[in-house]
Design a binder for this molecule. Structure first.
Ligand code: AQP
Length: 323
C-alpha cells in the first residue's frame, strides 16, 4: 500500500505536526511504500520572506531525518524539486468546481486570521490533490484539520476519472482519533501560524516558557480537576499508553493536583522524549552536503514515480497532440 503525505515548511514543526502526521509516517515506513515531502509551494501561500522559506525548508528536512525518516526505505523530497506537480494542478483545476473550494474551512480560517486572501491560498486544495494523485497515494495520514482537503482530493480524482476514464487512484484519509487535533497552548488547534505551538526542537528556555504559559482553568487545588478539554491532560496523554493515561485521569480527579507541578512534569517528558532526536538533528544540520545529496536522490525517485501518472493524465485529456 502506498502511504503519502506532505508537510508545510511554514514555521517550526510542532507537537501537532509530529503526532498528527510525522510520527505516524515514520512508523509506516517499516511496512508500507512511503512517500513523504516538504510542501514549499504550499508554504508560499503564507510565507513571503524568501530567506525564511529557504531556512525553514532546510530545517524541516533535517527534522524529519533526525526523527527517523529513512531516505533509503522511503521516497523523501521537497515539493519544488518535482515541478510536475504544478502542471498537474492546472490540469486538475479544470475539473474542480468553484463551490468545492469556496466551502473549504482552512481558507476562511486563515483569511479571518489576517492572512492575505490570494489565489494560491484559495487554490491550495487543488495543489494538494495534485500532490496526492501525481504519486498514486492510497492512504494519506493527516490531522483532522486536513480532512476536508482530503475530501476535495477524492472528489477531484473521481470527477477526473468520470470525465476522462480511469486515471487516478482515489485516496483515503488516515486520521488517528487520539492525535486528530493536538491542542495548542491556548486550547485551539496547535498551529505554526497561531503562535500557540510547542516546537519539537525548541531550546530548553523557549520550551519552558511555552509550557509554563499553557492556559489552565482556575479550579482550586483542593478540588478535582476537569479532564475533558483540559489542555494539560491532552498534551501529557500524547506521551502515555492507555494504562498510564488512566493513572493520569485518576490524578486529575483526586483533589490536590497542582497545575504548576504538572507543567514541570510535562516539560521534562517532552524534553526527554526528543533528547536522542535532538542530538541526531545537531549532527544532520551540520552536514549540509549530505542533506542536499539526500534530497536530490529523493527528488529523482519522486520524479520517476510522477511521470507515470502525469503522462497518463496528459494523454487522457489530449495534451499529447503529437501522438
Ligand atoms: N494541531 C494539530 N493536531 C494534529 N495534527 C496536526 N497537523 C497540523 N496541526 C495539527 C497535521 O500536520 C500535518 C502537516 O500540516 P501542515 O503544515 O501541512 O499544515 P497545517 O495543518 O496547516 O499545519 P499548521 O501547523 O496549522 O500550519 P500553518 O499554521 O502553516 O497552517 C497535517 O497532516 C496536519 O493535519
Amino acid at each position: 500500500m502506498r502511504v503519502l503525505s506532505g508537510i508545510q515548511p511554514s514555521g517550526s514543526l510542532h507537537l501537532g505536526n509530529y503526532f498528527g502526521m510525522m510520527k505516524r509516517m515514520i512508523d509506516y515506513q517499516e511496512n508500507h511504500e512511503l512517500f513523504c515531502f516538504l510542501v514549499n509551494y504550499h508554504a508560499l501561500t503564507t510565507v513571503f520572506d524568501s530567506e525564511l522559506l529557504r531556512r525553514q525548508t532546510f530545517e524541516a528536512v533535517c527534522d524529519f531525518l533526525a526523527l527517523g525518516l529513512d531516505p533509503e526505505k522511503s521516497v523523501f523530497w521537497v515539493q519544488s524539486d518535482v515541478p510536475e506537480v504544478t502542471e498537474l494542478t492546472w490540469i486538475l483545476s479544470n475539473v474542480t468546481g468553484m463551490g468545492l473550494l469556496e466551502r473549504c474551512h482552512a481558507f476562511k480560517d486563515k483569511t479571518a486570521k489576517g492572512i492575505p486572501a490570494n489565489h494560491g491560498l484559495f487554490a491550495y486544495p487543488v495543489l494538494m490533490a495534485a500532490d496526492i494523485l501525481l504519486f498514486g497515494g492510497e492512504k494519506v495520514p493527516v490531522g483532522k484539520d486536513q480532512k476536508q482537503h482530503l475530501e476535495v482530493a477524492k472528489d477531484i480524482a473521481l470527477r477526473f476519472n468520470n470525465a476522462y476514464g480511469e486515471t487516478f487512484v482515489v485516496p483515503e484519509p488516515d486520521i488517528e482519533e487520539d492525535f486528530a487535533v493536538v491542542p495548542g497552548t491556548d486550547g485551539q488547534k496547535m498551529s505554526k501560524s497561531y503562535g500557540n505551538n510547542i516546537e519539537i526542537f525548541a531550546d530548553e528556555k523557549t520550551l519552558k516558557k511555552k509550557i509554563m504559559g499553557i492556559m489552565t482553568d482556575s479550579t482550586p487545588v483542593d478540588q478535582p480537576k476537569p479532564v475533558e478539554g483540559n489542555i494539560l491532560f491532552d498534551l501529557y496523554s500524547l506521551f502515555l499508553d492507555d494504562k498510564d493515561k488512566e493513572k493520569l485521569k485518576e490524578r486529575f480527579i483526586t483533589p490536590g493536583l497542582k497545575y504548576g507541578d504538572l507543567k514541570k512534569e510535562i516539560l521534562a517528558v517532552i524534553w526527554e522524549y526528543f533528547a536522542p532526536y535532538r542530538q541526531e538533528r545537531e549532527k544532520i544540520v551540520r552536514d549540509k552536503a549530505y542533506v542536499l545529496k539526500t534530497m536530490q536522490k529523493g527528488a529523482n525517485k519522486a520524479r520517476q514515480a510522477a511521470a507515470v501518472y502525469l503522462e497518463k493524465a496528459k494523454h487522457n485529456v489530449g495534451l499529447d497532440y503529437r501522438s
